[in-house]
Design a binder for this molecule. Sequence first.
Ligand code: FA5
Length: 346
Amino acid sequence: MDYTLEFENIKTKASEEISKANDLSSLINIKNKYLSKKGEVSLMMNHIKEVSDKKAFGEIYNKTRKEIESLINEKIKVEEEKKLNEELKKERIDITLPGNNYVRGIANPFYQTINEIEDIFRGMGYSVEHGPEVDYDKYVFELLNIPHDHPARDMQDTLYINDNLLLRSHTSSVQAHVMEKAKGKPIKIICPGKTYRRDDDDMTHSHQFAQVEGLVIDKNINLGNLKATLELFAKKMFSKDTKVRFRSSYFPFTEPSVEVDISCFNCKGKGCPICKNTGWIEILGAGMVHPNVLKMSGYDPEVYSGFAFGIGIERVTMLKYGINDIRKFYQNDLRFIKEFKKVKED
Ligand code: FA5
């Protein structure tokens, strides 16, 4: 038997079948037909005992096996690629289809106002501090010059948890915390946050509302600095031509104390329903930090002085955007929130 010719015939036959095969399963069948244990190439090994040059036989046996194997593997690769391309073609993304319309949320308007106020004061070199909403009487009242049984406690109807612990009725409590930590060093902060009072809810009052407290303590701080600061704030928050007016007032933690009005941004001081025909709108309480408050937190009032202010966030937001009822902030009515989206985009 001319085994060289026999191997050559097997290889020719196999390569013809391989070139005709056009799917993966026929290629696997061909592989089995020639290369499996009982495949045509493998069976040729039975003839080795008949040949004298066993080494040459072995070499040609291995060569034929390898060649057929590599022909099959190459074709398998081609077929796999073809299959993948067909699948990709079927799965092609249709970029002409309209996309999903995701509705973007929007921050509650009073958070938008807090962000705006933070930006304005950061621009003036203030840093932002936060304090606890549930706090000790010491920080909400005592360190702010309002001892137990002081009549000024009636100014803010407070929600008590027990004799000593309460929901803060103003953000001035954060002043007391910051002053305690500062240990006599200068301070320049604002503190935004929620506050709680036993007030009956109506168009301008809520039992939960937000304030931003401001506090500056340093040497040579005077009422003129407070006025200039609040004037700049009002111009940035409302409009460039906004005027600021101080009216004498009373807070136990400031002396002198003032209530601050801005000229009505709607009628520019002429008188309209928004300012109740006065030309002015009250936006905050403020004053020079009381010497007792400075002393209680370890500042020498002969060396240090300071000013503080407390802004009602909802009230500012209502004035800025002409909102007539504070309860709208808390009713989760999406139509109200969406109005704010429009204001932001305008
Ligand atoms: C205070 O709370 C002082 N702590 C402010 C202050 C700070 C004065 C630092 C001096 C120095 P008052 O009680 O006036 O002050 O409240 C401040 C602002 O909070 C008011 O002008 C108002 O805008 C807002 N506010 C008060 N009560 C309510 C309420 N029930 N609902 C909504 N806003 C309110």
